[in-house]
Design a protein around this ligand. Structure first.
Ligand code: 1HN
Length: 357
């Protein structure tokens, strides 16, 4: 492969003439745009410990009233995208949001899709398109593109949740905007699963809120399902559930994908190397996440991210308790764009359990 010409090899007056004409030579940038063999992700492996983040979030609660924030959020910033980065990966935004007792985060809607993974506290709720969704630890609540949403809190202690949005992508596409709204009239509750297992709304089913019949996925149900699946799957197999849209059987949202994953006591799992970046949030237990050469030790409520094209191994360090992860990734986007790739690593094409270390 030839070394290509550099910008500084070109005469200064020629470069100035190009700039005046609104032109740029391709060859100095060609290798950065199309690196050999695989991408060079800006996304860095990162770990955000809840223990470190929580006091700063609580401090935001005293420094900034909700009226001055609308959404009181500390963004989990990946430094690979530069100082002040507002993203965790190319397509994923992560933020920890705090709502204090009695506070209200007013109704709005926007083009990016959001989900909330509840981390701490009782008594808060999100109203999505008129459906009141109570928030309990580990619950996943969707606010798909264009749906009205607002948050309230009738409890007595702070409530914290992890927001996951496809904002970096939608903003890059120059498609990101919001509209403020009035307080919503509540005309339903999404306090339980819409349908039992094996049933789904028939084609043509429409509720206000349209193509998303299920907005709240209670953790209590997902946890029971993971434990039951773990009983039935071989001891070394991955125990993983995908959050799906029951109307389509496809991913719960269009751009980002969401899973719940259980590691048995002592289990180690090598994930296939894939093109999308992924985020791992530990709902329960203690675990180790190895991203390439970097090892993170996760406590409950910790979050980390892994760039695409990078080997990831998960390990449950406890000998007697399962560990439960919430996983968010960019796979629906890569699938739709025809960019999805899975590469074999020795011993891992589908999730593979390694011998205990
Ligand atoms: C948003 O609407 C929420 O509704 C949270 O709670 C975080 C980050 C960027 C843009 C919109 C919310 C957000 C957001």
């Amino acid at each position: 492969m030839h070394d290509l010409g550099r910008l500084d090899e070109l005469p200064a007056d020629y470069r100035a003439a190009l700039a005046r004409a609104g032109l740029v030579p391709l060859w100095p940038s060609l290798r950065a745009l199309l690196p050999p063999g695989q991408p060079r992700p800006a996304t860095r492996p990162m770990h955000w410990a809840y223990e470190a983040l929580r006091p700063l979030l609580m401090q935001a609660g005293t420094l900034t009233p909700i009226e001055k924030a609308e959404r009181r959020v500390l963004v989990l910033a990946n430094p690979g995208f530069g100082p002040g980065s507002l993203q965790a990966s190319a397509a994923m935004y992560l933020g920890m949001q705090l709502l204090l007792p009695g506070e209200w985060a007013p109704s709005h809607r926007h083009t990016p899709n959001a989900v909330r993974m509840v981390v701490e506290g009782e008594g808060a709720y999100t109203t999505v398109q008129g459906q009141r969704c109570p928030m309990q630890r580990g619950d996943l609540i969707l606010t798909p593109t264009g749906l009205w949403h607002e948050h309230g809190h009738d409890g007595t202690a702070p409530v914290v949740w992890l927001d996951v949005l496809d904002l970096p992508l939608v903003h890059y596409l120059e498609a990101s905007y919001h509209e403020p709204g009035e307080r919503q009239a509540v005309h339903g509750s999404a306090s339980g699963p819409l349908c039992p297992e094996g049933l789904r709304p028939a084609p043509g089913f429409q509720r206000e809120g349209g193509r998303y019949p299920l907005l709240r996925y209670p953790w209590a149900d997902a946890r029971v399902a993971l434990l039951a699946l773990g009983e039935r799957r071989p001891a070394q197999a991955a125990v993983q559930l995908e959050y799906v849209n029951p109307a389509t059987g496809g991913p719960a949202q269009n751009i980002l994908g969401f899973h719940a994953l259980m590691l048995r006591p002592g289990q180690r799992l090598a994930l296939p190397v894939r093109s999308p970046a992924a985020v791992f949030h530990l709902i329960e237990g203690t675990a180790e996440v190895r991203v390439g050469e970097t090892v993170f030790r996760l406590a409950e409520a910790d979050t980390c991210c892994a760039p695409g094209f990078t080997p990831v191994q998960l390990a449950n360090r406890s000998a007697d308790r399962p560990a439960f992860f919430f996983v968010a990734d960019e796979s629906p986007l890569h699938e739709k764009l025809g960019l999805i790739e899975t590469r074999s690593v020795p011993g891992a094409s589908s999730p593979t359990t390694l011998d205990p270390a």
